[in-house]
Ligand binder design. Structure first.
Ligand code: TRP
Length: 428
């Protein structure tokens, strides 16, 4: 209830609730901007909240955001065009929405190039499981399409939004880069950049930032992001910085003078406001609109009402957690859709739709048959919550240990190489 009141407060004032302090310079946001919540789901780049234990209603979100559903037909087309079986994130609706993916496939079929762009806001040293989702999927896309990839680390964004020094934000960017590299990206096909570094190094990038700035008004960003008159001007400008990597001329070292290489952005759906804005300005500054693939959120351990958050250690499984921590967190905190007693559970069965352990398995247990078995056994009551949790623990422990192992091998020299503006293994 308190959470939902806080969301209502933010909807009305555009500001985070702080006990005992009335809203600053309050003037109601005219069009309710990002926070329209007839159905009580709240989704913007900073907050995800719903009152429904099953999580956000993604079908409604597609309608509200005006994107398109990734349907069977599109998945089949991806399979046809690439000759590779679709990733389980596609098969299971984890990437569920898109904009213009058919255009990308047209281009690919016609042997035209495109590139991938994704990013990460380095708000802390500790990345959690949820942060891996877009990167795991992006790596798969890079492999099946064999295309260049740029990864933006928005250390500037986190400096502007959080209580962090510039140096700390930059340090987190470098630390996060190691976790990203550990996902297995190809050093010859991937450019990772910190905004704090690259913006001052690339006139191509900065020129595009300024072009976007000139074509978006304060009124528009207020409408899209809910900024108010008391937000610092850095925040108001930031959307232009996240928009510009969608244009190939921001990376002349990779694309030479080519301005028309199409961009595909895999991201969680909360980042869509940035790219709605980008797609709106693109034709007005002579560029192609980026295409998008949107994922659902990775639920917090406590339930799908909100996403995992790095600032709440009990809501998340971190990439640095030990096998023991993983086990304890899941056993202690993972919200269960099971019944209160064994007798009742055996009789009525568990509810996979709200069970966090089951949800996590849909992300990380790749074997479709085994997942289906779990679902049936849990729903029928044959499988108990503790047993389901055990399967999850045994799935995540080796996965995270392997990640830690790979991360250990990443040297400062490798990070530097990934982050140096350079030509990649593609000729443009
Ligand atoms: N703003 C994003 C975050 O806070 C980071 C980001 C920058 C990003 N560019 C992106 C995410 C492109 C997805 C795609 O995490």
């Amino acid at each position: 209830m308190l959470l939902s009141l806080k969301v209502t407060y933010k909807t009305a004032t555009g500001q985070d609730y702080k006990a005992g302090s009335p809203p600053v310079d309050f003037s109601p946001v005219s069009n309710n901007g990002p926070t329209t919540t007839q159905d009580e789901d709240f989704v913007d780049p900073w907050t995800v909240q719903t009152s429904n234990a099953k999580g956000v209603d993604y079908d409604k979100l597609i309608v509200r955001f005006g994107s398109s559903k990734i349907d069977k037909e599109l998945i089949n087309r991806i399979e046809r065009v690439t000759g590779k079986p679709p990733h389980h994130f596609l098969r299971r609706g984890i990437f569920f929405s898109h904009r213009d993916m058919n255009q990308i496939l047209d281009a690919y079929e016609n042997k035209k190039h495109f590139y991938l762009y994704t990013g990460r806001g380095p708000s802390s040293e500790a990345m959690h499981l949820g942060h891996l989702i877009p990167f795991i999927f992006t790596k798969w896309l890079q492999e099946i399409f064999n295309v260049p990839l740029v990864i933006q680390l928005t250390d500037d964004e986190k400096y502007l939004w959080k209580d962090l020094t510039i140096d700390k934000a930059y340090e987190y960017a470098i630390e996060n880069a190691k976790d990203i590299i550990a996902c297995g990206f190809d050093i010859n096909k991937t450019f990772i950049f910190s905004d704090l570094d690259y913006l001052g190094m690339s006139s191509g990038y900065y020129k595009n930032v300024v072009k976007v700035q000139k074509h978006v008004t304060f009124n528009q960003v207020k409408g899209i992001f809910g900024f108010t008159d008391s937000d610092c001007i850095g925040k108001i400008n930031f959307p232009a910085i996240q928009a510009a990597p969608s244009f190939s001329s921001s990376f002349p070292q990779i694309f030479k003078d080519k301005k028309d290489i199409q961009c595909l952005i895999p991201c969680a759906i909360d980042q869509d406001p940035y790219f709605r804005m980008t797609r709106d300005v693109a034709p007005r500054i002579g560029y192609l609109k980026p295409a998008l693939l949107h994922s659902v959120f990775f639920p917090a351990l406590q339930g799908a009402q909100t996403k995992m958050s790095a600032s709440d250690p009990n809501s998340s499984i971190f990439l640095t957690d030990t096998p023991k921590q993983i086990k304890t967190k899941i056993n202690k905190h993972a919200f269960s859709g099971g019944k209160d007693t064994i007798e009742e559970h055996r009789k009525y069965g568990g509810n996979c739709e709200v069970d966090v352990s089951y949800m996590y398995l849909t992300f990380f247990l790749e074997d479709d048959d085994k997942l289906e078995q779990m679902k049936q056994a849990y729903t029928s009551g044959a499988l108990l919550t503790g047993e389901l949790k055990k399967v999850l623990i045994e799935t995540l422990q080796p996965l995270i240990a392997a990640h830690q192992q790979r991360r250990k091998q990443i040297t400062d020299e490798m990070v530097k190489q990934f982050m140096t503006p350079r030509k990649l293994a593609f000729d443009f």
